[in-house]
Design a protein around this ligand. Sequence first.
Ligand code: HEM
Length: 390
Amino acid sequence: MAARTPVAEVALADLERDPHPVLRALRREHAAVWVPALDGWMVLTRDAVLAAMRDDAALTVDDPRFSTGRITGPSMLSTDGPEHDRHRRPFARPFRLDAVRAALGPAADRAATRLVDAVADRGAADLRAALAGPLAAEMMLIALGLDGPGTGDVLGWYAQIVDAVTRITAGEADPPEGHAAYRALGDAIRASLAADAGGETLLAAALADAADLAEDELVANAAVLLFGGVETTEGMVANLLHHLLAEPGLIERVAADEALAAGAIEESLRMEPAAAVVDRYATRDLEIGTARIRAGDLVVLSMASANRDETVFDDPDRFDPGRANARLHTTFAAGPHVCLGMHLARIEAHAALRALAGLPGLRADPAAPSAPTGLVFRKPAAVAALWDPA
Ligand code: HEM
């Protein structure tokens, strides 16, 4: 069988640390390349990434290699075509912008304000640990009605499931703790549904349109919402704060101006997508640019690369909160799997900035500079900030 070309001998460690110089060089030559270290193709240009996301007949998520599905069973994340519509449809209405804003906007502001107030008199904090992480987790627990006395348990199960998925992705056998944690989470989700059949939570609102879903399927999709909403949103807010603290005075200006904040949020989503790539599997032979992809091949779509495509974004490596076309980023995907939680995620980012506007002299801690890292999920390990305590 002919070798796969064009080929890029890229080290995973480089993609993990700072993929952007590598991706820039590859993107200049190719729309897609074979990356032996990934045992898959990587799609690089914005046009090619968007076309791939929209073509779920040729490039599917429905493959046994997809690791989350091995724990949760089928959900909207692991199906395509009519099956995917069936799984996703009940959640479409509760997650629309107007619905999410009404249901969760005030709760996001309350949560962000409480988290910032808790550290305000210290004059220093890691804003990922103090704000981005707990805000993302708390909002998803509220959305799913899991914010009661068992919150700590839910987050423990969540961590065990994420660990199991990571181990399966690395080629290890399914760890039994992951399945046990998923069963416990499923029971909590069932209890939330039973307690709130009237529709206060987004999950209960979905129930109104969920006649086509069995209870196990509803639970799988609720779990997928939890996975989709915690790690990525923590990363989104941490990356935003990393970008805004990089230039003295910027975060204070942006936090005080909603329009500038909206631009800065989109620009940060473009510069450093918290989920840098998504995986697809080719259902048939196809070509992307000069790449000849074979049926069964793994095809990794790089939003990190597409978002810095120089044919779309001028001077793409520069963070510009006023950039007119920042919203053309691909960070929330496109096509049938376009992110269901994007409106909620943006509401949380705005809430975080509004809460931080109350900290005078907010600035980066020069002793601990932050930098996003990670192969799939990219965020800084910490975002150390200082301010003038009242
Ligand atoms: C409240 C927060 C969020 C929730 C509840 C959420 C939920 C979801 C769900 C349920 C899906 C699957 C949709 C489907 O397959 O039909 C999805 C897809 C996706 N989400 Fe989100 N998400 C959130 C935040 C984010 C953030 C902050 C990012 C990136 C910065 C992100 C990136 C993505 C991407 C790239 C996909 C597409 C996955 C694929 O095509 O394989 N999400 N999201």
